[in-house]
Design a protein around this ligand. Structure first.
Ligand code: NDP
Ligand code: 8X3
Length: 252
């Protein structure tokens, strides 16, 4: 079903998004790859055995998103699967001590950016009577943890947007899913801790996190169900994790 499908992945320059691009390419899809770091997208495109177009842009920039989608040539305009993956956490600390600029980055990327891309892509799905939006949420959207209130709130918003969009698209042949992972070792924690690799590594110390490939395989599975089957939500945790704040760690 995914052979020759057109799949748009946001946040394809790293981590889960990059792994999704690779997994959809293996499944025979054609790919639209979006992120800010165009050099990484070009390098990824060159490594894939698939037809690829790159969309180097910031999902927060609504005008850039709609110009990029509107500017696609006819063969690429009809997106079959949209993977809304671009996102980030910035900072980790009590809300009253947060830098409000960090809230802006998270809210504008994780919520508004996801809305910008969805709004640009979904109308053509509705016109064709088919398509699939797969949002990457998080265990953090289901359970708040200390020092992460705003990131958790953005992922809770993704959960509500997923549910609301599914309602708004009812009867139009367009599926809406969310894949909500627990701890996945990517550049996520390096970004959250502003490039502090040692601190980022400690997040996964003594436990076995998910890999980006684990999540990507699930995303491809969700996309590859028959058209009448809508996987509404998947929560994907490492075996070493039972809840957002409950992780089994082994001492070395
Ligand atoms: P990475 O940091 O490895 O990847 C994040 C991706 O998002 C990058 O490709 C980055 O590209 C892109 N991105 C960030 N901001 C923007 C922007 N403004 N415009 C376009 N692209 C952007 O982290 P992950 O792969 O882990 O994160 C992917 C998603 O998974 C996020 O939504 C995250 O919240 C979610 N998630 C992650 C978990 C984890 O433990 N790692 C667990 C649960 C969910 P660039 O910088 O080039 O723009
Ligand atoms: C990323 C996973 O629990 O570190 O969404 O916030 S968590």
């Amino acid at each position: 079903m995914l052979v020759d499908a057109t799949v748009l992945v946001t946040g394809a320059s790293s981590g889960i998004g990059r792994a999704c691009a690779e997994a959809f390419a293996r499944a025979g899809a054609r790919l639209l790859l979006c992120a800010r770091r165009g050099d990484r997208l070009t390098e990824l495109a060159d490594s894939l055995d698939a037809e690829v177009r790159t969309l180097p842009l910031d999902v927060r920039d609504r005008a850039a998103v709609s110009a990029a989608v509107d500017g696609l040539d006819d063969g690429w305009r009809n997106v079959d699967v949209l993977v809304n993956n671009a996102g980030l956490a910035v900072g980790f600390g009590p809300l009253q001590d947060n830098d409000p600029a960090d809230w802006d980055r998270m809210i504008d990327t994780n919520i508004t950016g996801l809305l910008n891309v969805t709004h640009a892509v979904v109308p053509a799905m509705v016109r064709r009577g088919r398509g699939h939006v797969i949002n990457i949420g998080s265990i953090a959207g289901r359970q708040t943890y200390p020092n992460g209130a705003v990131y958790c709130a953005t992922k809770a918003a993704v959960d509500r947007i997923t549910t609301g969009l599914r309602m708004d698209l009812l009867g139009k042949g367009v599926r809406v899913s969310t894949v909500d992972p627990g701890a996945v070792e990517t550049e996520f924690s390096v970004v959250r801790f502003s490039g502090d690799h040692d601190r980022a590594e400690r997040v996964y110390e003594g436990m076995r996190p998910l890999t980006a490939d684990d999540v990507a395989e699930t995303v491809v599975w969700v996309a590859d169900r028959p058209a009448h089957v809508q996987v509404a939500e998947v929560v994907l945790l490492p075996t070493d994790q039972a809840a957002a704040t409950q992780i089994a760690r082994r001492r070395s």
